[in-house]
Ligand binder design. Structure first.
Ligand code: PDD
Length: 280
């Protein structure tokens, strides 16, 4: 079944899809996005992604855009592609206009999507655990808004790969651990979980919220607290959460082995529980 693109109500192949040169998303990064995946023919947490998308658009002062229209377009694309395990990338820019910083006189927003099949690539990494590096956070101060301005994330991810690691973890100058390039991060200390609180410096991940909810069901304590790189290095377990990473254990960070260097029981259990919710 086909991988497809969607541009403002029209469907075509991804190769044929074009956006205008003066799309503000292209020239200014003036656009928001979401990544939504499906399992067994069902979109996971669609409503949560729509709510976050609406908030991102409000924070960037976009004119109101109907969530129902967006939901219908997503479902239409998903139905047409008929891919059981798929990733939808959705981007809405403020629109097209001659290049001027101020956003007066912008024509209608641009709504584009792609749907592609997912190949499960992280299975081995999930069993063995990943390596990560830390980097000083050099992103802007509104990482809670899911904008397409991802150049720091792109550079950080590449730096991690070049260093032989899977991902980079953004930390402050003072050593406070924030999040990874496209995932949130949790540490486990003596059976309790700690993760950065929701502030403008991290994205409110949907998977992060699902994991916190699962922990509530399992009576696993979760603290949304600031913690340091030293806390992380000395913790029993570390794992990333995200729509594409799901729950991904990290067993090596910078020069430090985490715990005994093997995937720990809490990460394993939470991955199984997440899969259980997805299947459910
Ligand atoms: N990224 N933090 C950042 C910086 C992210 O970009 C993402 C998601 C997350 C996790 O959020 P969620 O659980 O809602 O996927 C945290 C997407 C997947 C991406 O950019 O591809």
């Amino acid at each position: 079944m086909p991988e497809l693109a969607y541009i403002n109500g029209q469907f075509c192949s991804i190769e044929q899809a074009m956006v205008p040169l003066e799309d503000r998303g292209y020239q200014f990064g003036d656009a928001v996005y979401e990544v939504i995946v499906s399992y067994n023919g069902c979109l996971f947490c669609l409503e949560e992604h729509l709510i976050r998308l609406e908030r991102s658009m409000q924070e960037l002062l976009f004119p109101p855009i109907s969530l129902e229209m967006i939901r219908n377009a997503i479902c239409d694309l998903f139905d047409r592609a008929n891919l059981a395990r798929a990733e939808i990338y959705l981007q809405i820019s403020r629109g097209v206009a001659p290049r001027k910083h101020a956003f007066m006189n912008t024509k209608d927003f641009q709504f584009v999507m792609t749907i592609r099949r997912i190949e499960e690539k992280l299975t081995t990494l999930r069993e063995k655990g990943a390596a990560a590096i830390t980097l000083e956070d050099f992103r802007w101060g509104r990482c809670d808004i899911k904008t397409v301005q991802l150049l720091p994330n792109v550079l950080a991810k590449q730096k991690a790969l070049d260093a032989g690691a899977f991902d980079a973890i953004f930390v402050t100058k003072e050593g406070v651990v924030r999040e990874a390039t496209s995932s949130n991060i949790f540490i486990v200390i003596d059976g309790r979980l700690i993760t950065h609180p929701l502030t403008p410096n991290i994205l409110s991940g949907i998977t992060r919220l699902v994991i916190i909810d699962i922990c509530k069901d399992l009576s696993i304590p979760v603290e949304e607290q600031f913690y340091s790189t030293d806390d992380m290095y000395l913790s029993n377990e570390v794992f990333l959460t995200g729509t594409t990473t799901e729950v991904l254990p990290v067993v090596h960070i910078d020069k430090n082995r985490i715990g005994d260097g093997k995937v720990g029981p809490v990460s394993k259990k939470l991955y199984q529980e997440l899969r259980g919710r997805i299947e459910g």
